[in-house]
Design a protein. Structure first.
Length: 309
């Protein structure tokens, strides 16, 4: 019985991988064919993939952006891993319950250690996000992230066609993101992040009982499905984002994001990128379930479950 899901996943991968490869080849072939059309070529010439940003839009990559970018990825690593643990529905190794304060009338909610850890890291991720959004607003950097002209739409379509044909749009991200990047980043920050937070709150113990519904957007089923979709969105976004960073001038891209340098030769970006991966790897090793349990015991009552035979 237990091997059936694993066997099913293997069967799915057997046809999914070649199907994805065939679909990718077909998309590239179609995009290249479309670009042979004079009207399409003229469209790309008119809308090269980037529009001129406002004159007051800042340039470069400030240090606060590098730090919040790293912390966002760091916390997402643990958010996604704990979320997948929760989704797997495996038997938790322990349960956490907040300590009852004297005079409290409400009964504390028992959480699996995976759910507790997920909520802890989400709080840190949200705090990082609040700092990031505040700095976006006060620095004027929001003009690089949020579209300021309807020209973003045709330029994004042009950029998508250029990416699909494997002939990437040329632009200077030190000055402005291309339109497809801008829409992707803006939707991640403005739509996906709040959506993940709201659906997560609906599934958490802090959601007021009076706001719960058996059906519709406030139901358990809807919230779980929506939260699962945004989880897979973040996984897909991260894979595509990292792939494009490393595949489209990795040295210059890493220097911009990690070192604040518009330089295509300095190794500093690679050094800082490697250091950030080392920190993530070390945290992944150190913050395994035994460490999570030790932290949990300092904040509440932990009941460890006996190992199954």
């Amino acid at each position: 019985m237990s091997s059936t899901p694993a066997r099913s996943r293997r069967r799915t991968l057997i046809w999914l991988v070649p199907a994805a490869l065939i679909a990718g080849i077909a998309i590239v072939a179609l995009a290249r064919f479309l670009r042979l059309d004079p009207a399409v070529a003229q469209f790309i010439a008119t809308y090269p993939g980037t529009y001129d940003p406002p004159q007051t839009s800042p340039t470069g990559f400030p240090a606060w952006l590098s730090w919040t970018h790293f912390l966002n990825g760091f916390f997402l690593l643990f958010i996604v891993s704990s979320g997948l643990h929760i989704r797997s529905k495996t038997r938790p190794i322990a349960f956490w319950t907040r300590r009852v304060r004297e005079g409290a009338t409400s009964r504390p909610t028992r959480l699996s250690i995976h759910t507790w850890w997920h909520l802890v890291v989400v709080v840190l991720w949200v705090a990082t996000g609040l700092v990031y959004v505040t700095l976006l607003a006060v620095s004027g950097y929001w003009m690089r992230l949020i579209p300021t002209d309807w020209a973003v739409v045709p330029n994004a379509l042009s950029g998508a066609l250029q990416y699909a044909s494997l002939e990437l749009p040329s632009n200077d991200s030190w000055r402005a993101y291309n339109s497809l990047q801008q829409l992707a980043y803006a939707s991640t920050v403005v739509i996906a992040a709040p959506f993940a937070l709201v659906t997560g709150l609906r599934l958490s113990p802090v959601w007021p009982q009076k706001w719960m519904r058996a059906r519709g957007p406030l139901s358990d089923g809807w919230a779980r499905q929506a939260h699962r979709l945004v989880l897979w969105f973040y996984i897909a976004f991260t894979i595509v984002h990292v792939g494009l960073v490393l595949g489209t001038g990795a040295t210059r891209n890493l220097n911009k994001m990690y070192a604040g340098l518009n330089d295509g030769e300095s190794p500093l970006g690679w050094i800082l990128f490697a250091a950030s991966l080392a920190v993530m790897a070390a945290a992944w090793v150190l913050l395994r379930p035994p460490a999570q349990l030790a932290i949990a015991e300092k904040t509440g009552d932990v009941r460890r479950m006996p190992a199954t035979r």
